[in-house]
Write a protein that binds this ligand. Structure first.
Ligand code: 26W
Length: 824
């Protein structure tokens, strides 16, 4: 029977084939015609056309992955900040040219249609974007891997400004349809919550425990394609969506309470409704713990069922898989796997622990104590009673080991306990992760060192070999090849196109830094990128910027430790120096300072700083003299899509966190790879960037981590810097005077007094050093040729920061998996 059915071919890889498939999608899937189609119809048809080219590869990848049973990696992350999918799919399948021509033949424009895509913003910032870069690299490097996460119905909020203040709006990213996902409702799994635990004696007379959940939800998987770059592999990102269990509402429904049934359904479906927009202080909200357990339980069940279908022996699970924990958000997976093995599969505790410990690895992404997740015991016990018992037992056995090794050092035992006693009894998730994982890594050399020396010091003493570093990276496909087509073409012309998957080859550009013609063309590319940014900001935000000025860019989440405040004080200082006549505008290098930042909606100080930036910007931009040489632009709703235009246009990259606070940073890498020079502190991956590009091509300033710590220990008094530094005093006085708040001194008073009397992140201590570094930037920028030489060298020497290299490090140090090319 099936023999008579001809194989269904992928559309041919040419303009004819593309056009035919496009019209098929428009007509038969979208149900419209070229004449009637809306912009969204046309975009959806395009997305589905591109998808159809990848579909056979996706199926092939999955079939071969099951058949070969190779060692693989499951990345568990509560966030994936993917960015737009269409462009990436086009380059991965080598369809860019064909699509552009095909659409043109139909009277359509690829550039116009790609703008119709709303990016899936399923992440807050660095950690979510890193996960997206990692799954791209895994696919491109042919690693059998799967990403697991949550399909939030609302991603990171849309930011608007009203009177310069942030206002949040819901991100309805699914409203116009989502052509990049495929729902698999038949593969749904049930996830339990609440209820109680009971002890019972099994048929062999063994005492066991089991969990009787009080309620449950269904987790429905949605698969996303993760196409490798031109290698025929398409990996899977599996995001879970919550649905009410049918049994649950039907029971109530049958009692005749329809409204209650619907309410119960909404309650269950709330779990995957919205991404928590906090990236600094965990709110300890019940719904967030529900989200974490929801996606982790579904993912483990999904993976384990699959290997069990093969008849696989779970005792050997560590031979097959590493579950990589992206920060502590998925750490509840550790007790969950224990529960599955002990309660459901009949393992003894010790053998279950041996398997569990070897299956997990934990990546820490922060150094701020307040960002470390801690869940009240009361909450964990109510939501996951069996898991709490398991956590207690893990802790008991672990502390026994600590006692034994330390000769009963009870101070140490208390410090290392997974359960904190104050201010309330709570589970320290970072400790649970460290105990439950075979490997723990930081995300840059300095960060990993500080983890060992400070945050997890006791654990590093106990298990030195458990700790390692993997410096972050970014995908060169999205952040160079896609975002910067001009630079990509220039590089490819010079050294061939191998750099896209082997970024260290950018080294071959080094000699060209001394080639005047190459530098000229490099500047041409930068100028064209600036023009592109000018058009974007004009159309999107009604912001006018002058592309002939130096573009000084600070884009990242708004957080006090990142010190947007320091950048504002520099702007205020320039404004003040020009207004007072200290600086002759004719002598100033004209610059445009661009900010992009979202603040967590509950983070008051961060929102005040956003208002300050906007108000300072308004005054600076309206000043007839100052605005000749200094302008501030703060486009609202910074996201991955904006980054793709902004980063390639930048001249100067601001990476100015207080040393010892930024775990790594990844924006810093994107800018360097696109030929911006960095002004930065000795923090996170800045340290490694500076080592690689060379001191002469990097503007270093500020305290080092040991210096900052020493000052803090001796008692930091920010007001002393204010008193002793006239420039700083004038800048702060100006903010306090109401200059930027229509004369109202009360508006920014909280910011000023915080800086003077607390200044946790030492803005005032680093002010002078920062302003001097900015003066050096000016001097350097005046020498156009020397600047572009440095810029080219930044590109040539940043190949290390490819996320492909990060993957190689994880493979070697943690995962011990290998590439398995997909056979065509
Ligand atoms: C609400 C709890 C919470 C706390 C911290 C949610 C999310 C976080 C993240 C750890 C914040 C984050 O994105 N960290 C960043 O991770 C990047 C990738 O490793 C690093 O480059 C950044 O330095 C780090 O701040």
């Amino acid at each position: 029977m099936t023999e008579s059915i001809p194989p269904i071919a992928t559309p041919t890889h040419d303009v004819d084939g593309f056009v035919r498939q496009y019209l098929r999608e428009l007509t038969y899937t979208q149900g419209t015609t070229l004449e009637r189609a809306s912009l969204n119809d046309k975009y959806l048809a395009l997305a589905r056309t591109v998808r159809s080219y990848l579909m056979a590869r996706w199926n092939r990848t999955m079939t071969q992955q099951y058949r070969k049973q190779s060692r693989s990696v499951a990345y568990l992350s509560a966030e994936y900040l993917l960015g737009r999918q269409l462009d990436n799919a086009l380059i991965a399948s080598d369809l860019e040219q064909i699509a552009a021509e095909g659409l043109e033949r139909l009277g359509l424009s690829l550039d116009e249609l790609r703008e119709a895509e709303v990016e899936p913003g399923l992440g807050n910032g660095g950690l979510g974007r890193l996960a997206a870069c990692f799954v791209d690299s895994l696919a491109t490097m042919d690693i059998p891997a799967i990403g697991y996460g949550i399909r939030y119905e609302y991603g990171i909020f849309r930011q608007t400004f009203v009177d310069g203040r942030q206002v949040e709006e819901p991100d309805n990213w699914l409203d116009n349809g989502s052509p990049w996902e495929i729902a698999r409702p038949e593969q749904e799994v049930a996830v339990g919550f609440g209820g109680h635990t009971e002890k019972y004696t099994d048929d062999d007379g063994v005492e066991r425990s089991r969990w009787v959940p009080g309620w449950s939800v269904l987790a429905v998987p949605y698969n996303y394609m993760v196409p490798g770059y031109l290698n025929g592999r398409v990996n899977t990102l599996r995001l879970w969506s919550a649905r009410a269990t049918h049994a649950f509402d039907l029971k109530i429904f049958n009692y005749g309470d329809y409204a209650e049934a619907v309410r119960a359904q909404t309650f269950a479906e709330n779990i995957s409704k919205v991404l928590y927009p906090e990236d600094s202080t965990p709110q300890g909200k019940e719904l967030r713990l529900q989200q974490q357990y929801f996606f982790v339980a579904a993912s483990l069940r999904d993976y384990i069922d699959r290997v069990l279908e093969e008849g696989f022996d779970l005792h050997r699970l560590p031979e097959r898989i590493t579950f990589q924990l992206n920060d502590t958000h998925p750490v509840i997976a550790v007790p969950e796997l224990m529960r599955i093995l002990v309660d459901e599969k009949g393992f003894g505790w010790d053998e279950a622990w041996e398997v569990t410990r070897q299956c997990f690895a934990y990546t820490c992404h922060t150094l701020l104590p307040e960002a470390l997740e801690v869940w009240p015991v009361e909450l964990v016990g109510r939501l996951l009673p069996r898991h709490l018992e398991i956590i207690y037992r893990i802790n008991e056995e672990f502390l026994g080991q600590v006692r034994e090794r330390s000769g009963g050092d009870e101070m140490l035992v208390r410090r290392m306990s997974i359960i904190a006693e104050h201010p309330e009894r709570a589970v320290r998730m970072a400790f649970l992760a460290t105990v439950g994982a075979a490997k723990v890594n930081g995300v840059a050399e300095l960060h990993s060192q500080l983890l060992r020396d400070k945050v997890l010091h006791d654990f590093a003493q106990l298990w030195p070999e458990k700790f390692t570093n993997v410096t972050n990276g970014v995908t060169p496909r999205r952040f160079v090849r896609l975002a910067n087509p001009g630079l990509s073409a220039l590089i490819t012309e010079a050294i061939g196109d191998g750099w896209v998957t082997d970024l260290e080859r950018l080294r071959e550009l080094e000699p060209l830094a001394d080639d005047a013609e190459f530098r000229r063309r490099f500047r041409e590319v930068k100028a064209a990128n600036k023009d592109r940014l000018v058009r974007l900001l004009a159309a999107r935000d009604g912001i006018e910027i002058d592309p002939s000025t130096m573009l000084d860019v600070m884009v990242k989440r708004l957080h006090e430790y990142k010190r947007q405040m320091l950048k504002v004080l520099h702007v205020v200082t320039l404004y003040d120096r020009i207004r007072s006549g200290e600086l002759d505008p004719a002598q100033v290098v004209p610059r445009t300072v661009v900010f992009g930042a979202k603040a967590a909606p509950g983070y008051k100080m961060a929102k005040e700083i956003i208002a300050l930036i906007n108000h300072v910007g308004a005054v600076v931009n309206a000043d007839p003299v100052v605005s000749q040489v200094l302008r501030v632009a703060f486009p609202a709703n910074y996201n991955v899509t904006v980054a793709e235009t902004l980063v390639p246009a930048a001249d100067l990259s601001e990476q100015i966190s207080l040393a010892g606070k930024e775990a790594s940073g990844t924006g810093n890498m994107k800018f360097a790879l696109n030929g911006a020079l960095t002004i930065g502190t000795d923090d996170g991956a800045n340290v490694e960037i500076r080592q690689l590009v060379g001191d002469e091509h990097f503007f270093l300033f500020g305290l080092t981590e040991p210096e900052a710590s020493a000052i803090q220990e001796a008692g930091y008094r920010p007001a002393a810097y204010y008193e002793q530094n006239p420039g700083l005093r004038r800048a702060l006085d100006l903010v306090a005077s109401g200059e930027f708040s229509g004369g109202d001194r009360s508006v920014f008073e909280p910011i000023v007094s915080n800086l003077l009397y607390e200044d946790r992140f030492m803005v005032l201590a680093d002010y002078q050093s920062y302003v001097e570094a900015q003066d050096r930037v000016e001097g350097a920028y005046r020498d156009e040729d020397a600047w572009s030489r440095s810029a080219v060298l930044n590109v040539a020497r940043s190949g290390f920061f490819s996320s492909d290299r990060s993957m190689r490090d994880y493979l070697e140090r943690i995962w011990h998996a290998e590439a398995v090319p997909v056979e065509l």
